[in-house]
Design a protein around this ligand. Structure first.
Ligand SMILES: Nc1ncnc2c1ncn2[C@@H]1O[C@H](COP(=O)(O)OP(=O)(O)OP(=O)(O)O)[C@@H](O)[C@H]1O
Length: 455
């Protein structure tokens, strides 16, 4: 791979490039080092999110030639343009680095063809930054995770997010999917086994008894966007086989259809199960695991990154304290939070803070104001196995009833949220941290008309 993509010596190049790209805020990093100090230049080189990096090579001194030859290494995914107006520098650089020397006109054509794509990326970056601002935590593992998420949005391969319940898998999936307008969530543990195929891939009219109309599956709903397969470890084996085929061939076949349909969907899967264990127990297909695990993300439990607790707690205080009612944590309260093991992870911390704000007057929160279930370590372990067994038994006997109850609850919750936002679906989507289109899709799927919900 060449060190730089384009190189020019036209004197008007720098101002011209800026002119052409002026409509594309923040997509371009223009680097003009103010000194020829190697560490400063190396620092400036780290621009992982800029799709176009423009380098003024006149500012490089001969002693930085080594750094110059490593431009590509610092910005592997960017298009690197460089210019050097001084004849000596031009000769020196062109003999070593360039791949293509372009005239200004050729450069203009090339850049113009990229502009609309850049606008899309720019918009995605804005949403991405907004979503990343909700991903709180300075611990090493969070910093590492943020970098991985940034890298993952530049690619299209499947992502597999693993981690305990409540660690933020859903939040991470949404951040990765910020480049897409569509984000369809599938909770694999909530779909009855017999309905899996038609939910995911759809069916034709009359495909089976009761199929009175054609139904578009969730994969087709997500076409051109991203699909989030949450709790993928709960997907039945026969659906796993179908999913594998979709990933391999990029096509689906609705039940009853005699033709396949091409789909282009970014797959993001998540689970709190240990998939290797599931593979050993023959509940999860190994081939599917490898297909999904192209970009792996492991989220650490909160007990392993206790240094994030203070920031997270303050973040939830800011989020949930009513306007004009300031709260802060006392040192004892913080210590109490740090001494707990958080089996329910960030969701448990979020609940503790919400509860405290609800039952305490504004001011300094003491340790007593924080009601933490100190037995939750044990009870969580007991709960998870007992709960799984109970759900399994329930699934077998009366799943439909259980699912109807769940859907009713969701309908009421969404209606109330939209009403609390004065009927604005956009605002409700923002509060729910959902994409607006996804919220519309969800309302339609639940049989709710937006007008009825708003009134
Ligand atoms: N790093 C974080 N910063 C701020 N909030 C977070 C962070 N991680 C998680 N949360 C919040 O914690 C709650 C639980 O997170 P989320 O639903 O993403 O977890 P999960 O791993 O998908 O859980 P489950 O496996 O139970 O579905 C959410 O309200 C989420 O917004």
């Amino acid at each position: 791979m060449p060190s730089i993509d384009f190189f020019t010596k036209e004197t008007s190049t720098s101002s011209f490039i800026l002119d052409v790209l002026s409509s594309v805020d923040n997509t371009v990093d223009v680097h003009t080092p103010t000194s020829d100090d190697a560490p400063e230049i190396a620092e400036a080189l780290r621009a992982p999110l800029a799709p176009i990096v423009i380098w003024d090579l006149d500012s490089f001194s001969a002693k930085n030639a080594e750094l110059l030859s490593r431009l590509r290494e610092f910005s592997p995914d960017s298009m690197i343009l460089a210019y050097a107006e001084s004849p000596e520098r031009y000769t020196e650089v062109s003999s070593k680095l360039y791949d293509t020397i372009l005239s200004v006109e050729a450069l203009r054509l090339h850049l113009m063809s990229k502009i609309s794509r850049l606008k899309e990326i720019n918009n995605a970056k804005r949403i991405f930054r907004e979503r990343m601002s909700h991903l709180v935590g300075k611990s090493e593992s969070m910093q590492h995770l943020r970098k991985k998420v940034e890298r993952a949005i530049l690619h299209t391969g499947p992502v597999l997010i693993q981690g305990e319940s409540g660690v933020g898998k859903d939040l991470v999936a949404r951040a990765i999917a910020c480049v897409y307008d569509k984000f369809v969530t599938v909770n694999c543990s909530a779909i009855p086994e017999s309905l899996f195929e038609s939910e995911l891939f759809g069916h034709t009219r009359g495909a089976f008894t009761g199929a009175q109309n054609e139904r578009i599956g969730l994969f087709e709903d997500a076409n051109g966007g991203a699909i989030f397969l949450d709790e993928i470890g709960d997907m039945p084996l026969h659906a796993q086989v179908k999913l594998l085929r979709v990933i391999q061939n990029h096509e689906i076949r609705p039940i009853g259809a005699n033709k396949t349909r091409h789909i282009d969907v970014r797959i993001i899967a998540a689970t709190n199960r240990d998939l290797r264990e599931e593979i050993r127990e023959k509940r999860f297909r190994e081939d599917l695991y490898y297909r999904l695990n192209v970009i792996p993300m492991q989220l650490s439990p909160l007990r392993d990154r206790k240094e994030d607790i203070e920031d997270l707690a303050n973040y939830f205080i800011r989020q949930y304290a009513p306007a004009g009612e300031p709260y802060t944590l006392s040192p004892e309260a913080l210590l109490k939070l740090q001494n707990h093991n958080w089996p329910g992870n960030i969701r448990e911390l979020e609940n503790v803070i919400q509860r405290a704000l609800c039952f305490t007057d504004p001011g300094i929160l003491s340790a007593e104001d924080l009601q933490i279930d100190e037995d939750s370590n044990d009870s969580a372990a007991r709960f998870s196995s007992a709960d799984t067994a109970a759900i399994k038994a329930f699934n077998a006997s009366n799943y439909e009833e259980f699912r109807d109850l769940q859907l009713d609850e969701e309908r009421e919750f969404l209606k109330a949220t939209i009403r609390n936002c004065d009927g604005s679906v956009s605002l409700a989507a923002e509060r729910l941290r959902m994409n607006r289109t996804a919220l519309y899709n969800r309302l339609t799927r639940l049989g709710l008309s937006v007008k009825n919900v708003q009134s």
